[in-house]
Design a protein around this ligand. Structure first.
Ligand SMILES: *Cc1c(COP(=O)(O)O)cnc(C)c1O
Length: 395
């Protein structure tokens, strides 16, 4: 078969074999509804309880503080909407950042239409939020701060613990979208003073369509779905038992292999970044040089389009992602790349390579052998590049 290399782990990951095996019985012989009284129901209920316990322990949370959802997107929507609706008597102000995932940004925009006031904090050129700025924006009517743990495009890791100290002192809820952080960053919701935290299993070698929201005990929050007593009356609907078991197995595995995986990933990632920078001119690294996810490399190549690079790489069997993905059908470059100060032109020439546990050093070699030719060929077709080259010979 043709060589295929997957460098898009920030989009999704393949399910771990061990995780899949843990799930399988709950699709067949243990198919019961956790709400049923009989033994089928009891077995399923036991599996869901155990999974809740495991997930809670990894985050240093309580059993009663974990709520399973249908995705990371659902957890983000619920966290922000739920706190806003339940606390609107206290205030109508929400603070977030300009580089959040759309699951957070679009929920905030929706709330603005409903009369809430949202502050979108800027970030520095590395994509970092300044905790002092969070502090100075908190006013008497602020109810929630929502800042992601790590960014899905540029990999920057935010100072959540510092922000948590501030929100705790000010009596404001802190939500963090930790979808990219779980599996790479040690999370302790108590130590970090996090009140709500979103996660999603398919980002850490678990199944798709299952996520969780940690909600600190005592948080004023509206339910997400009505119609049943599941998830302690807050998210009705028959539980996705196999998915829940998969999530818990995956999060435990990810946590116990974290240090080892991170070391391997950082080594491969740094070799990839150094290799690209040495072999190709006019490239910039986006995101923070150190405070970044172990598997994330986001690079901008002047004079070319990210999409063209993606297509050429795909022909060579390499799956990557572009910072300029026109998800909404528009050609606007990524809001994250613009927020760190890139021009539209440079933002359009961005490539995100997100490495995972299945990647090898040989794959990095193959990529470093393949990319320079692609970039050179695309630049030869670029009017901007030719103009610049022409400019050079003119001097
Ligand atoms: C993937 C992702 C989400 C959405 O999670 P889904 O489970 O795919 O809905 C939210 N936030 C971040 C940072 C992500 O990377």
């Amino acid at each position: 078969m043709k060589k295929r290399i997957y460098f898009d782990h920030a989009a999704t990951t393949a399910i771990n074999r061990e995780v899949l095996e843990a799930m399988l019985p709950y699709y067949s012989q243990e198919f019961g509804n956790p709400s049923s009284i009989h033994s089928y129901g009891q077995q399923a209920k036991k599996a869901v309880d155990q999974a809740r316990d495991k997930t809670a322990k990894v985050l240093n949370a309580g059993f009663d503080e974990i709520f399973f959802t249908g995705s990371g997107t659902e957890a983000d929507n619920w966290a922000i909407h739920g706190v806003a609706m339940a606390n609107k008597k206290k205030g109508n102000h929400i603070i977030t950042s300009a580089i959040e995932h759309h699951a957070v940004l679009y929920t905030c925009q929706r709330l603005e239409k409903a009369g809430f006031r949202v502050t979108y904090l800027p970030v520095d050129r590395y994509g970092l939020v300044d905790p002092k700025q969070v502090e100075s924006e908190i006013g008497p009517d602020t109810i929630l701060v929502s800042i992601m743990l790590a960014n899905n495009e540029i990999g920057t890791i935010q100072p959540i613990k510092e922000i948590g100290k501030i929100t705790k002192e000010k009596g404001v809820y802190l939500h963090t979208d930790a979808v990219q952080g779980v599996g790479s960053i040690a999370i302790d919701v108590c130590d970090m003073n996090i009140d709500l935290l979103s996660l999603s299993a398919h980002k850490f070698y678990g199944p798709k369509g299952i996520g969780a929201l940690y909600i600190r005990k005592g948080t004023k929050m509206t339910p997400l779905l009505y119609g049943g007593a599941q998830e302690r009356n807050r998210r009705a609907g028959t539980e996705n038992t196999p998915g829940i078991v998969g999530l818990a197995t995956a999060i435990e595995l990810a946590r116990s292999n974290m240090e080892e995986n991170n070391q391997r990933l950082i080594k491969m990632r740094d070799r990839l970044i150094d290799g690209v920078m040495t072999k190709i001119d006019n490239v910039v690294l986006n995101g923070h040089p150190e405070l970044r996810l172990p598997g994330n490399a986001n690079l901008s190549f002047e004079f070319i389009e990210g999409e063209s690079m993606l297509l050429s790489l795909d022909l060579k069997g390499i799956a990557a992602s572009s910072g300029s993905a026109c998800t909404s059908g528009s050609l606007d470059p990524s809001h994250v790349l613009l927020a760190i100060g890139l021009s539209h032109e440079i933002a359009h020439g961005s490539l995100r390579l997100s490495l995972g546990i299945d990647n090898t050093e040989e794959e990095i070699d193959y990529f470093l052998d393949t990319l320079p030719e692609i970039v050179a060929r695309l630049r030869e077709m670029s009017p901007l590049f030719l103009q610049k080259k022409g400019g050079y010979s003119y001097v």
